[in-house]
Write a protein that binds this ligand. Structure first.
Ligand code: PLP
Length: 449
């Protein structure tokens, strides 16, 4: 088990993790299953890449180096911290009792009741195992319920055809321009024109879609909030419009769910969808997703074929129930917000002290920063490199967990101040390249080579 020992100087040159990742790229297209876990997204050639063990906020890599995770915490899934003892105990009990059987696990009903109590507008639930898959399920249910095909959406919703169809342009050469970096090759061209994007907080854009296609729209799909809060009236107007045209309003709560409220963030925003989709933090990283909805819309799940063996296994169900009960029992949501606020303020203070221009954004429970300098990607890379050498998995994002404590934050912010000073000095001397030990970070949905 990791201890609190904290290394000061870690050398990543020729790490076992990087060697394994090079091999992985010959065996696994893209190197791994999730774009956001690719080491190139953090620190090309130097990121430890693989973990042996993760507990609380501590991570041990393949060379036995120990880090504190001040970055994504399992891409936002582990809001309680890694290997949470209460969740793991429930999972171990599920394993001991058999996680698969000819009969159904009764936890299916327990979890459905729990989710419907937390979201009083909803009466029915279906399950899946990953976020993108659950979004595809929600879209299918909406299409079945309305017997329409087009989807208006904003934001990111996974890898499935219904969504990537937005990147099919009139001409092949223009494919991909709406959501840069998400390549739609392999998505049938027949789906072109079925996924219609608008920007968050741009009701005028959604209205323009509705004016043109209103009576062909099966659903409006969006995160109720991500980086910026909704402008006054925005969500209410979206809700009214969906009701007016008979489209299903789907809130994607895969990343926001259970981090900002015990349930969906929409509970705080005061607007109810027809369907809401959860994954990630709902089960603290165990594979589990849910589509929650009104009886009227969810009934349509019976008029189409939606069915899978692994959606019935018990581990994800047991984990979700134990995770949600812990959110109900402990002040998790308040703790995440407090940890996030401290880090947001600390980033800004550390940057101001050394004259770095930094934009800090996002809800405290899902926060991030951006260097407002032309060399921003290189600065970001250098930040990650220097923090890694000092024992931190750190990036421009921080997803707090219940396992982060004030002393972790104080120590991290002290090291951040030290590193920001080096960045400022490198910038002043026009010298950032000299400090970098590898190529700069590759960005979000950009094509990786
Ligand atoms: C808002 C949102 N929707 C959908 C997804 C896709 O979920 P998954 O990666 O579990 O398929 C994500 C993942 O980051 C997400 O943030």
């Amino acid at each position: 088990m990791p201890t609190n020992t904290h290394p000061q100087e870690i050398s990543m040159a020729c790490s076992t993790g990087q060697n394994l990742y090079r091999k992985a790229k010959t065996l696994i297209p893209g190197g791994t299953q999730l774009l956001s876990k690719r080491p190139e997204m953090f620190l090309p050639d130097q990121w430890p890449a693989y973990y042996l063990m993760a507990k609380g906020i501590e991570v041990i890599d393949l060379d036995g180096n120990r880090y504190r995770d001040m970055s994504l915490m399992g891409v936002g899934a582990c809001a309680l911290g890694y290997a949470d003892p209460d969740v793991d105990e429930a999972v171990k009990a599920a394993v001991d009792n058999g996680i698969m059987c000819t009969l159904i696990a009764p936890e299916e009903v327990t979890l459905a009741e729990l989710l419907c109590v937390l979201h009083p507008w909803a009466q029915m639930v279906r399950y899946a195992k990953s976020g993108g898959e659950a979004m595809a399920m929600a879209v299918r249910i909406a299409r079945a319920a309305t017997q329409r095909e087009k989807i208006a959406f904003c934001g990111y919703h996974g890898w499935m055809d219904w969504y990537l169809a937005a990147n099919l342009a009139e001409e092949h050469a223009l494919d991909g321009h709406l959501l840069p970096g998400l390549e739609p090759l392999g998505v049938p061209r027949g789906l072109r024109g079925t996924a219609l994007p608008f920007h968050y907080n741009r009701f005028d854009q959604l209205k323009a879609i509705v004016d043109r296609w209103g009576h062909e729209l099966a659903a409006i799909v969006m995160e109720p909030q991500r980086s910026n809060p909704p402008m006054p009236g925005f969500l209410e107007n979206v809700r009214d419009l969906a009701t007016e045209i008979g489209a299903v309003l789907i809130f994607d709560e895969i990343t926001t769910g259970f981090r900002v409220a015990t349930g969906g963030i929409h509970l705080l925003l005061g607007v109810d969808p027809d369907l809401a989709v959860f994954a990630k933090a709902m089960a603290n990283g165990y594979p589990m997703a849910a589509v929650l909805g009104t009886e009227r819309v969810m009934g349509a799940a019976q008029t189409t074929f939606i069915s899978s063996t692994n959606w019935t296994e018990r581990v994800g169900l047991a984990a979700a129930i134990a995770t949600i009960r812990k959110y109900q029992r402990e002040p998790v949501v308040a703790h995440l917000a407090e940890m996030g606020r401290i880090v947001q303020m600390g980033w800004q203070k550390a940057a101001d002290q050394v004259g770095l221009r930094l934009r800090v954004e996002g809800h405290p429970s899902l926060c991030h920063f951006r260097f407002e300098h032309t060399a921003s990607d290189k600065l970001h890379t250098l930040f990650t490199q220097l923090m890694l050498e000092r024992g931190y998995l750190a990036s421009d994002q921080f997803k707090p967990s219940f396992a982060h404590r004030s002393n972790h934050l104080a120590e991290y912010l002290e090291v951040t101040s030290e590193v920001f000073l080096i960045l400022a000095q490198a910038l002043a001397g026009d010298d950032v390249n000299r400090f970098l030990k590898g190529p700069p970070v590759q960005r979000g949905f950009y094509r990786l080579t």
